[in-house]
Design a protein around this ligand. Structure first.
Ligand code: PLP
Length: 432
């Protein structure tokens, strides 16, 4: 069935699905195979040349993975997508396909710490530099920061972990004027809450380990091509998209047209680096995606109730969630995430690190764990874990205070979540 005109909940169940010709299985099977039979000598060569529509090898082309990639691409409004083994691999593959030694990236300052570590670690060692601009930077500041060797503007729609919402309009304008793609990590928002292609993004990244899968049992990543960036018009900056391959093989633009970005990822970056998602993982991911809209509605209503209860609690010094009435991100949330600004609620406690320790060690229903977007409510102290390698000044610059606790609000009965958080907060009294 064509789902082109269907609503979000229909597409999250049906988009991209296939029915196996022989078994007629309704649920997309796990195609647990490394490779695919070549019917002849010549046909094998055609598959390697990419001139046959049939598959060659599961590193880049496994049917279960393709269904999940197509489904996410459809929900995002993209033209094509690829899956990889983790969100981190999705970020790495995206950067590797755009930038090499001597190149530069422009990023927002508030990013998932794993991304910042990659920018300051491996990427820097490989000669890719980056400049981060904070949320007060104006369009003129961004344009002034663009260099001839800048290859992308990189951001997160809802930055992890301190909430907020990014001004995608502003970044899309800058990226357009600079002639570089706007790359948006849309993990925390999911396509249910925000579709960055509608605001001018060119490439979307997901850690599918989080809300897309939702059940906390599988790691994965996705890169989605919006089909909007004109690689041919910017061929000088991005020759890899228009240069013909060996033996006269067509360039990514000549072969894939609007989907040239996904084409290059598949035919070069991913096949060369090999961060493949196992098909068992994409099978589990598909099962999560089927209920995304329903889960996100509940995640949002639970997060709103938790944020509201915690902002009235005397042991809590500050609550970060862009949907709160006093949030400085409220107007951006209304524009970019009108259905809700995600289900991470970050709190700062009276009583510093000691209060955070007592609070976390007193939780019962809520799990102390590093992860977000799970059906279970999870909490973690950021300064001693994910941001543990940063200096005090570096932590302060990205808003990670000593008492900051990130709560990924799950799908339990919200009264039970609030009761557990409240009893743990009561134990911190006297520590302020
Ligand atoms: C916003 C964001 N992007 C990417 C990642 C990396 O994803 P993964 O853990 O699947 O490698 C994370 C992980 O927490 C994340 O929060």
């Amino acid at each position: 069935m064509s789902t082109a005109q269907a609503g979000f909940s229909t597409r999250q169940i049906h988009a991209g699905s296939i029915v196996d010709a022989e078994s007629r299985a309704r649920v997309t099977p796990i195609y647990q195979t490394s490779g695919y039979v070549f019917d002849s000598f010549d046909e094998g060569a055609e598959r390697f040349a990419g001139t046959s529509p049939l598959r060659a090898y599961s590193r880049t082309d496994n049917p279960t993975n393709v269904v999940a990639a197509k489904r996410i691409a459809d929900l995002e409004g993209g033209v094509d997508g690829v899956l990889v083994g983790s969100g981190q691999a999705a970020i790495a593959m995206t950067v590797f396909s755009l930038a090499s030694a001597g190149d530069h990236l422009l990023t927002t300052q508030l990013l998932y710490e794993g991304t910042r570590e990659m920018l300051r670690g491996s990427l820097l060692r490989q000669g890719v530099t980056s400049t981060a601009l904070d949320e007060h930077a104006t369009e003129a500041d961004w344009l002034a920061a663009v260099r001839p060797n800048t290859k992308a503007i990189y951001t997160e729609s809802i930055p992890n972990p301190v909430g907020g919402v990014t001004d995608l309009d502003l970044l899309a304008r800058v990226a357009k004027r600079a002639g570089v793609p706007l790359v948006v990590d849309n993990t925390v928002a999911t396509p249910y809450l925000c579709r960055p292609f509608e605001f001018g993004a060119d490439i979307i990244i997901h850690s599918t380990s989080k809300w897309l899968a939702g059940h906390g049992s599988v790691i994965g990543g996705a890169v989605i091509d919006g089909g909007s960036f004109d690689w041919a018009a910017n061929a000088e900056r991005f020759p890899q998209f228009t240069a013909p391959g060996p033996h006269g093989r067509p360039s990514a633009v000549a072969k894939c047209g609007r989907a040239a970005y996904a084409g290059l990822l598949r035919s070069s970056t991913i096949i060369e680096y090999g961060p493949t998602m196992p098909p068992t993982s994409s099978f589990l991911l598909l099962h999560g995606i089927e209920t995304l809209s329903l889960r996100m509605q509940r995640h949002i209503s639970n997060a709103h109730a938790v944020a509201d209860a915690l902002s009235r609690h005397p042991a809590v010094a500050r609550v970060h969630h862009a949907d709160l009435a006093g949030s400085p991100y409220r107007a951006l949330a209304d524009r970019f995430t009108p259905l809700g600004a995600g289900s991470i609620v970050t709190i700062e406690l009276h009583g510093g690190r000691a209060a955070a320790r007592t609070f976390l060690d007193s939780l019962d229903l809520v799990t102390q764990m590093t992860h977000i977007g799970d059906v279970r409510t999870l909490a973690i102290h950021m300064a001693s874990t994910i941001h543990g390698k940063l200096t005090d000044q570096e932590r302060e610059a990205v808003g990670i205070s000593d008492s900051l606790v990130r709560i990924s609000v799950g799908l339990e009965d919200v009264s039970d979540i609030i009761a557990d958080l409240t009893q743990a907060l009561a134990k911190t009294e006297g520590l302020a």
